[in-house]
Design a protein around this ligand. Sequence first.
Ligand code: PLP
Length: 242
Amino acid sequence: MTTIAENLLQIQSRMARACDGAQRAPHSVGLLAVSKTFGADAVREAALAGQRAFGENYIQEAVDKIAQVRAMADVPALIWHCIGPIQSNKTRLVAEHFDWVHTVDRPKIAQRLSDQRPADLPPLQICLQVNVDGGETKSGCSPQEALALAQAITALPRLQLRGVMSIPDPQPTPEAMLAVHRKVATVFEQIRASGLPGLDAFDTLSLGMTDDLELAVQAGSTLVRVGSGIFGRRSYPAAPAA
Ligand SMILES: *Cc1c(COP(=O)(O)O)cnc(C)c1O
């Protein structure tokens, strides 16, 4: 068995234990494999081990990789999630190449993604990104803005609002981390309970990474985004948004 396949099993067993500990159903949490900085071969290995959903941060890197993986005869169809910041001049590439986007934090980006989503593809699946702990400069809308943003997204014809995503900063203690995750979960629950039309597929709380997935599951995450826990340490970290 390859290292990536072994790592996937380990992450899945951490997720199962976390579900058990939180008294949640074992398959109530999905796994997004974050393949940024790793090549098409690493994606292939994970796909052959059964992984189907992949997350990418850097748009051009992702577009190239998606094409390479599609050309591999032994790799089944995969689902690609954009989890990196999106500038206006990159929305077309995102709308054309991804299945999901987790990082919609303002109406202007949502509008462009809807306008640019090709007619022959299904609606783009969207999580709005919320920032519960950061300063003004961090990506994500404030919890106060989240409902209005949800409303703007659900009104767009080529987008389907699926949920809420957040990237909380690491906290000094597990208790503090759990409290921040719970704030994100509250935003998710408030939108879900809002009665807004267009929420029929609103089922995704994208929360938790390699180091904090247990706490995220405890707080209600339905999709953890795991990179280094599957693919190993990245040899180049946050490149400037491409
Ligand atoms: C890189 C990244 C991850 C994965 O982080 P790991 O700590 O390697 O698991 C998850 N979510 C986002 C938004 C990321 O940029």
